[in-house]
Write a protein that binds this ligand. Structure first.
Ligand code: GLN
Length: 340
């Protein structure tokens, strides 16, 4: 075997990869340094487990649809998904029931209200969208299975297809969510009153509390985002996590409703589908290009990660990622990052 030739081939390849990836790494390092200095916002404290988060944790991960990874900071730090889980469970409900049936139980309108508001659409009695608590509980109710344990294992199986490895629930977070979840219970009872959920609300609430407690990290969020960017197929395992026909449903509710009562301004300023959670995670998707994960537990008064919002805004402006950017191609970042 001619090792010399092989070695020089390898060098060419490595150099190519270096030049493709290093400008992006520099960008992420710069963003990390710039926004690490932002200390506004507070860690969520509604349960003790979230209050334990280190406010300085900070990570940014980008994963392309062909499996390239660039990340900086605490990207392996585990945290519970919280509301980041909501669009993915919506996907499972769509697969179980189809679009029209799901829409009879949950609408797709932004609320302009806080994520945990106790409000349903006055005309239809439906929760406003699957990304506020009411809609997410109605969505969890739509996850099918013979019994609770099958429903739960289908839920976890779905998350593991997106992340590309088995997933675990943080039991302490789950128990606290369950013990303190009176408001979510009230929302579920209201929806039961209007026939929006079936008479198994304790079980569906358990599923909802479990999905909020699924452990993830910033890297995994970027992989989940890349899976959606890749039409529902995990770029590392090649496994389909979501039927292709539903990917656009998730992305459109994420764009219009994903950032709580900041969703309108988010669509205006950032313009990429995303979902945040109160543990400080954000997953964002640049369709056909890559997924972005951000983790920083300091939250603004709407419950979005302060640094996360700023990083996404900066990335979007710097690289023209807004989906309505004229001549949208995911410009510079896409060219540098996605080898074609
Ligand atoms: N567990 C939280 C709740 O149900 C999730 C909310 C969130 O991340 N916004 O209130």
């Amino acid at each position: 075997m001619d090792t010399t030739t092989n070695r020089s081939d390898l060098d060419v390849l490595l150099n190519k990869m270096k030049s493709a990836v290093s400008p992006l790494r520099k960008t992420l390092n710069d963003l990390y340094t710039k926004y690490r200095a932002v200390n506004d916002g507070e860690v969520a404290t509604y349960i003790p487990e979230l209050a334990k988060a280190d406010p300085n944790w900070f990570a940014i991960s980008i994963v392309s649809i062909d499996g390239q990874v660039v990340e900086v900071g605490d990207h392996q730090q585990l945290f519970s998904m919280q509301s980041v889980s909501k669009p993915f469970v919506f996907g499972l409900a769509l697969e179980d029931h189809g679009r029209e049936e799901v829409l009879t139980k949950v609408s797709v309108e932004p609320t302009g209200e806080a994520f945990n508001s106790i409000v349903l659409d006055e005309k239809s009695n439906r929760p406003f969208n699957p990304l506020v608590n009411a809609g997410a509980i109605a969505t969890a109710d739509l996850v099918e299975g013979r019994d609770y344990s099958e429903r739960m294992s289908r839920l976890l199986g779905m998350f593991s297809r997106y992340m590309g490895h088995p997933v675990y629930v943080d039991n302490a977070v789950f128990l606290s969510e369950r013990t303190t979840g009176h408001r979510n219970r009230a929302i579920a009872h209201l929806m039961l009153n209007f026939g929006m959920v079936r008479d198994r609300i304790e079980e569906s609430l358990e599923l909802y509390f479990q999905q909020c407690s699924v452990l993830t990290n910033c890297h995994d969020l970027a992989v989940m985002g890349a899976t959606l960017a890749n039409g529902g197929v995990n770029p590392f395992t090649g496994e389909r996590a979501l039927k292709a026909e539903y990917v656009k449903d998730l992305l459109s509710v994420m764009l219009s409703c994903g950032m709580y009562d900041y969703a309108g301004e988010w669509a205006f300023r950032v313009g990429i589908p995303a979902k945040s959670g109160v543990s400080g995670g954000i997953v964002a998707v640049v369709p056909g290009k890559f997924g972005i994960g951000i983790f920083s537990p300091r939250l603004d008064d709407r419950g979005n990660s302060v640094r996360g919002v700023q990083v996404c805004q900066s990335l979007s402006q710097q690289f023209g990622l807004h989906v309505f950017e004229s001549g949208f191609t995911g410009r510079t970042l896409g060219e540098e990052f996605v080898r074609k």
